[in-house]
Design a protein around this ligand. Sequence first.
Ligand SMILES: O=P(O)(O)OC[C@H]1O[C@H](O)[C@H](O)[C@@H](O)[C@@H]1O
Length: 532
Amino acid sequence: MTLQFRCSGLEVPEPVRAQLADDDVAARLVGKDATLWGPEAEPEASIRLGWLDLPATSRELVARLADLRAELAGEGLDRVVLAGMGGSSLAPEVICRTAGVPLVVLDTTDPGQVAAAMTDLDRTVVVVSSKSGGTVETDSHRRAFLTAFAEAGLDEQQVGRRFVVVTDPGSPLAETAAAMGARAVFLADPHVGGRYSALSAFGLVPAALAGVDVAELLDDAADLAEHLAEEGNPALELGVAMGAGFRTGRDKVALADGGSGITGFGDWAEQLVAESTGKEGRGLLPVVLESVDAPGAAAPDALLAVVGGDPVEGRPSVGVAGPLGAQFLGWEYATAVAGRVLGINPFDQPNVTESKENTSRILESGLPDERPLATVGAVELYASGGVLDGVDLSAHDGLTLALDALLAAVPPRGYLAVMAYLDREADARAGELRAALARRTEHAVTFGWGPRFLHSTGQYHKGGPQVGAFLQVTGAVTDDLPVPDRPYSFGTLQAAQAAGDRQALADRQRPLLHLHLTDRSAGVDQLMRALG
Ligand SMILES: O=P(O)(O)OC[C@H]1O[C@H](O)[C@H](O)[C@@H](O)[C@@H]1O
C-alpha cells in the first residue's frame, strides 16, 4: 500500500475505535454516506464527497494537460503564474516544490510580492484558480495581469490567450473567462470542496502546466483508494489518532517533516485540518513545525505527526509515510474521520466570511484611524484585549516586554498565532518569528502569512476554541500597486484585510498585539533581537 501509518505512545480510548468500527465508518465513507456527520451536516456533506473519486475521475485531465503544456511551450510560454487562494493554490505549490518545478504562486495582496510576480511577461501564462470565482485577491491578480499584458503591447485576443482558468461550472469566473477569451477553461467537480481539491483540476492544472508528471500522483492516490473501505487502513488509523488526540487533551496536531522528500506539506495539511475541524468552539489546531525537534514538538497538548518518517518513541506521535498523492488522499480521509469523532461538519467554513465582510466594509468606509501606543525604532505598537495594560513601553526593552505580555496572555491550553501581512519572499525572515516565540513559551505557536492564512487557520481562530492570543505584523508599503478598475490599491486591500481581521478578533475580546513595521527589514531585525 502506498501509505504507511505508525503510532507511538498515544492512548486511543477504546470507544473511539469501537464506535468507528461498529458504525462501519470506513466503508460508509467510501460509499459517500453523507449522514456520517449528523443531520445538520448532511446537506453540505451530500455535495462534498466527490474527492473520494478523484484518483479515477481526474485521469482524463492528464492527456489534455500534456497537450496544453506542449501548445504553450510551442509559443514560448514556459513560465506559469498561479493566482489562487487557500485550496486553489496550496496543493499545486506543494506538488511543484516537491517536484522541483518552478511555479510562481500568487496568494497575497502584498504590493511588493505581486509586483515581483509580474516580470518576464513575454513568456508568462497565468492560471487563475477560484472555485467560487468570487475571491477578491484572485480577481485582483487577474485584473493586474490583464492590464500588464495589455501595457506590454498584446491585443485583446492575445491577452486572453495568456490565461487558463480553473473554476466551478456556472461561477462568475467561468463567465469572465469566456468574456476575456481565456485560452482554456477547466471546470472542476463542484462536489469537491476547496481544501479537498488537491487531486482535482485545482491541484493538477497548474502543476501539470508547470511541468509535473501528475499521473504519478493519481497512481499513488489510486493505490491507497483501493484500501479505504477496509478496517485498519492507514488513513483510518490517522483519523483515529487525530480523534483520540482530541479526546485525550491533545487538540493540536504538530506537523513536522521526517524526511518525506515532500516540500511544504504542512502548509497544505494546515488548511485541511484547521478549516475542516475548527468550528463550534472546538477543533484541532495544526502547528507547522520547522523540524521534528523544533520548539513545540514535545508540547503536552499536541499530537506530533511526522510526515514521511517514524513516530518519535516515547512521545505521543504518529508517522505517516508515503508519496504525495497518497498523502493528499490519506489526510483528507483522516480529517473527515476525525470530524466525525469531534462531532463537527468537516466540509463547511462558517466563520471565514466574517473577516471578509469586515474588509469590504473598511474598503468602503476607509481604514481605521489608529494611533500607536508606542513606537520603538521601526516598530509601532498597537494592542487590544488588554494585552499591554500595565506594560512600561518606555522601558529600554519595551518591545520585549510587550511580546512577553502577549505570551503571558495565552490562556492554559491556548495558542499564539503570528499573522504576518508581509511579502513572503522579500520578508521571508519574518517566518523565523514562530520558532523564536515558541522558544519562550510552552504554548503552541503558529505562523501564517496574511492574507493567505485567512483562507486556512483563520477559520479556526474565529470558529475554534477561544483560547488564542494573536500577534499581527504589518509593514510599510513603499511602492503601492493599483488594482485595475477598482477604487483601491493592493496596499489598501492588504491593510483593510489586516484591519478586518483585527476587528473580528477584537469582537471576540481576544488578546491582540499589532506591530506595524515602518521599515520592514529593520523591524524584523528588531523583533528577532527583542526575542533574542
Ligand atoms: O477557490 P476559491 O473559491 O477562490 O476559495 C479560496 C479559499 O477561500 C475561502 O476563504 C475558503 O475558506 C477556502 O476554503 C478556499 O480555499
